[in-house]
Design a protein around this ligand. Sequence first.
Ligand SMILES: [Zn+2]
Length: 242
Amino acid sequence: MHTEYPDLPDVSKSLDVLVVAPHPDDAELGMGGAICKMIRQGLRVGVVDLTNGEPTPFGSPEIRAQETQLASKCLGLEWRYNLGFKNRFLEASLENRHRLAGLFRLARPKWIFAPFWSDAHPDHVAATELVEAARFWSKLTKSDIPGDPFHPERIYYYYCIHLKLVPQPAFVLDISAEWSTKAASIEAYQSQFVTGRTLPPEGFIERYREEAGFWGKTIGVRYGEPFASKEPIGMQDFQSLI
Ligand SMILES: [Zn+2]
């Protein structure tokens, strides 16, 4: 049906949220708790991986695809797609912008999540730029972009960063009830975090658990996930503030 997007999952019903990830595992690391929470609350959440993330020292495209499937299952994610851009060579090019904008127009997510804008990994920096540009292009009329003009209302940024930054987030989400699911989704990527590593698997997850505990502490809960925003965050009321 959509020849530019082979094997695209069903888009007949709009997504509420689309998470854009440079590589399979970034969405889980940065916001696995939020994804799990939104799905449990009945939101229709999708993840689009821009590249297949390979090559890596202990992975292969096949292994990574299997791990991605398992991680999606852990989170309860039914909608996931890979745009097939080239790993390590990701660019915010016009061609890539066109394809991502078309995907926004077909999937029609109200909110999009992008990687935090400052990072050491060039693919991550390119991904952020690409998402912002594609969000704008998505609303253009009189263009040959697939689908109808559409503008995702909000864009937020998750932290999956390779720089040793201390983030100053715009908000922190309570993921205390979702932590174990997030951990399982990260552990699905054995080739990235376990195979051939000197740290035992519990050592790797333990680091992420400590980090989630740190963010939880900042808002007075057990585990948290930080998010950034360039635009002001709107609120209807104070009921959900903690
Ligand atoms: Zn990445």
